[in-house]
Structures are given as structure tokens and as C-alpha cells.
Design a protein around this ligand. Structure first.
Ligand SMILES: *[C@@H]1O[C@H](CO)[C@@H](O)[C@H](O)[C@H]1NC(C)=O
Ligand SMILES: *[C@@H]1O[C@H](CO)[C@@H](O)[C@H](O)[C@H]1NC(C)=O
Ligand SMILES: *[C@@H]1O[C@H](CO)[C@@H](O)[C@H](O)[C@H]1NC(C)=O
Length: 362
């Protein structure tokens, strides 16, 4: 396996381990992720050797065939987080030390109780739902498959019926809950208890996003495409769409009070009457501005990041560089151009050079 692939896999392991490190799980607490640098293919190592807590090991042993989906779920989540935040000051970057396996993935953001924490938990939990459900629909699992509750349903008068394979998102959600959600046991300190409750809520918000974006696909039958009869099935949205929805939730996330009574409450006193919905993302603490490097927190800052001189958005040099200004470099691009089809059968192109300005934050 090449180095990049290995790095990727060790990151996946690091991720779940890092997630777990947040939960007080008795003796297997915060240090569990430390050994992850050497992890290879998780399914080859087996459940016993992965940085899982005892509950998860038990689950893993009973369902070892789910290990590839767990890895795939983590990959989906991380990739979508990076993609959604690629233009922002916080760009969901894995810290350099996490890549070397010596610190948890995401580092500070995983336990800071900020909006970023909220997004990470939601997108990771959603990723797990998505990958497990896909695997069920692909017929890779004995205990789950397509959603069979829809069989024989539909509406003859409207000319359609359920058929094909509907994604059984309920099983994916069940597994994601089982794997990621830990009961809030008596933990030390108020802060950690609220943080746990917050993380659990955001896990569920991620799952709800997958469920909410289920859609219906249909195929027409009938004489020459007349669509007299349709077969329809339920399908999950692409994970990109789910990521978009979660990004939206992130931007409208709700700050909660650090004092937990019977349940979590909004921080803003005059808004407490507005109920917290289960698909809202919740956060506890204000985010740092992510402008300047903070080695202690593992925040890289935006120095050296590429910015867009003409954009008014988050990727614009003004916002991204936090008003520090930017440097401009000229970068030479070489590409194939003026391609012509030659009979028969190849394409001949010229090599074209172009110069573009690249701006990076000071
Ligand atoms: C199903 O299993 C096959 C063979 O192990 C694998 O190649 C494929 O990626 C799996 N599909 C999903 C969606 O997990
Ligand atoms: C912790 O939980 C256990 C079992 O639920 C309970 O018996 C015990 O009193 C709790 N301890 C504290 C300090 O809340
Ligand atoms: C920069 O921003 C402008 C305005 O939003 C956009 O049209 C352009 O495509 C962006 N350029 C790059 C290189 O992303």
C-alpha cells in the first residue's frame, strides 16, 4: 500500500479513536488513540486490535462485516467536511500531528464545544448512516437489505407502485446510534456533561439530515416510454447534499446554556421559549476567529492560504486574510489546448501556457 493510502487509513482509525477519546469510558479513556500511527487496514486487524472502547469492540465482534462501512463512513464524513469548509478560515484541516498519529484528528475542534465541533459530530454520524445503508442496499449484509416495508404499496390509480430497492435508512441510523452514542453516565464536572449532551444531540442531528433528504426515484414503464406505469423507490441523497444541509445547520446553529437542567436550553434568555429541534446543531462556546496560528490549540491560522481577490465571500482575501493583506505570485499553467480530432482515431493538441495570479494571505 502506498504511503498516502496508509496515511488515510491511519487517519480513519485516528478519527474514531479521537471521537472515543472524548467519551469517558472508564479505564480506556483519553489515551486510546495514541497507538494509531501504525494502523493499516482496519478489517485486517480485527476488532480486538482497533482503538475501540469495550462497547464498540463488542459490537464490532458481533458484526465484523461492518468494519469496511465504518471506515467508509469516516472517509465520507472527513471528505465532506473538507469540501464544505474549503473556503473558510477553519477549513476542517487535519492537524499535522494527527497525520503522524500523535494527536487526535481535528484536535482542538473535537472537544472545544464550538460550532465546528457540532459540524464534525453531525457529519461523521451522518457518514456512518450513509455508508452502512449503502452497504445494506448493495446486498452486502445479511441482517439488513432494501426497505421491505414498502413492498406491495403504491397507488394503482396514480399509476405507480413501490419496487426496486428502497434504501433502509432506519438500519443505518440504528447502527450509527449504537456505535457512536454513549449513554450520559455520571461524568465529572458540569462542562463535560453538557458537552456530552451536545455531542449526542449533534450526532442525531446528522442522522436526521440523512433521513430528511431521502427522496423518491421512479422509472417509467409502458409503451414506448409513455410512463403509464411507474416503479418507485426511496433513495438517500448524495452525501454532498447532506453536507450542504449540515453546513446550513452549522451557519444557523443554536448556542446552548452551559447550565444543564433537565434538558438543554438556549443560552439567549429571551429565546428560551423557542424549542430546540432535533435537527438543529447546538454549540456551547464561541469559536475563535481562526485567523492566527495557535500552536497550543493546533489552529494553523490563515497565513499562506490561497484567497480570491475579487470575492466578497469567506474565500475573499479581505475576510480570509483577516485584514492582514495578501501576497501575489504569478503561476504558470501548461495545458493541452486547441485539440483537433484526426481521422482516424486520435486527438492532436497544442501545449498552451498561461499565467495566472495567485494570492496568498500574509
Ligand atoms: C459490497 O461488497 C463488495 C465485495 O466485498 C465490495 O466490493 C463493495 O464495495 C461493497 N459495497 C458496499 C456499498 O459496501
Ligand atoms: C453514578 O451512577 C450510578 C449508577 O447509575 C449511581 O448509582 C451513582 O449514585 C451515580 N453517582 C453519582 C456521583 O452521581
Ligand atoms: C473568485 O471570486 C469570483 C467572484 O465570487 C468568482 O467569479 C471567481 O470564479 C473566483 N475565482 C476563483 C479562482 O475561484
Amino acid at each position: 500500500m502506498d504511503r498516502a493510502a496508509l496515511l488515510g487509513l491511519s487517519r480513519l482509525c485516528a478519527l474514531w479513536a479521537a471521537l472515543l477519546a472524548l467519551f469517558p469510558c472508564g479505564a480506556q479513556g483519553n489515551w486510546m488513540w495514541l497507538g494509531i500511527a501504525s494502523f493499516g487496514v482496519p478489517e485486517k486487524l480485527g476488532c480486538a486490535n482497533l482503538p475501540l472502547n469495550s462497547r464498540q469492540k463488542e459490537l464490532c465482534k458481533r458484526k465484523p462485516y461492518l468494519l469496511p462501512s465504518i471506515g467508509e463512513g469516516a472517509r465520507l464524513g472527513i471528505q465532506e467536511c473538507r469540501s464544505q469548509f474549503r473556503h473558510e478560515r477553519w477549513n476542517c484541516l487535519v492537524t499535522a500531528t494527527a497525520q503522524q498519529g500523535t494527536s487526535p484528528l481535528f484536535g482542538y475542534e473535537l472537544s472545544s464545544g464550538t460550532k465546528e465541533t457540532a459540524f464534525i459530530y453531525a457529519v461523521m454520524a451522518a457518514g456512518l448512516v450513509h455508508s452502512v445503508t449503502r452497504s445494506c442496499s448493495a446486498g452486502n449484509m445479511t441482517e439488513c437489505s432494501c426497505d421491505t416495508t414498502l413492498q406491495n404499496g403504491g397507488s394503482a390509480s396514480e399509476g405507480w407502485h413501490w419496487g426496486g430497492c428502497s434504501d433502509d435508512v432506519q438500519y443505518g441510523m440504528w447502527f450509527s446510534r449504537k456505535f457512536l452514542d454513549f449513554p450520559i453516565r455520571n461524568t465529572t464536572g458540569k462542562e463535560s456533561k453538557v458537552l456530552l449532551a451536545m455531542n449526542l444531540h449533534n450526532n442525531e442531528a446528522g442522522r436526521q439530515a440523512v433521513a430528511k433528504l431521502m427522496s423518491v426515484d421512479c422509472r417509467c414503464h409502458g409503451v414506448s416510454g409513455s410512463c403509464a406505469v411507474k416503479t418507485c423507490w426511496k433513495t438517500m441523497s448524495s452525501f454532498e447534499k447532506i453536507g450542504h444541509l449540515l453546513k446550513d445547520k452549522y451557519e444557523n446553529s443554536v448556542q446552548i446554556s452551559d447550565k444543564i437542567k433537565r434538558k438543554m436550553r438556549r443560552r439567549e434568555k429571551d429565546q428560551r421559549k423557542i424549542p430546540i429541534r432535533k435537527d438543529d446543531l447546538l454549540y456551547l462556546n464561541k469559536s475563535p476567529n481562526y485567523c492566527v496560528e495557535d500552536k497550543k490549540l493546533g489552529i494553523p491560522g490563515t497565513q499562506g492560504r490561497e484567497c480570491n481577490r475579487t470575492s466578497e465571500g469567506a474565500d475573499g482575501c479581505n475576510l480570509l486574510c483577516c485584514g492582514r493583506g495578501y501576497n501575489t505570485h504569478v503561476v504558470r499553467h501548461v495545458e493541452r489546448c486547441e485539440c483537433k480530432f484526426i481521422w482516424c482515431c486520435y486527438v492532436r493538441c497544442r501545449r498552451c501556457e498561461s499565467m495566472t495570479d495567485v494570492h496568498t494571505c500574509k
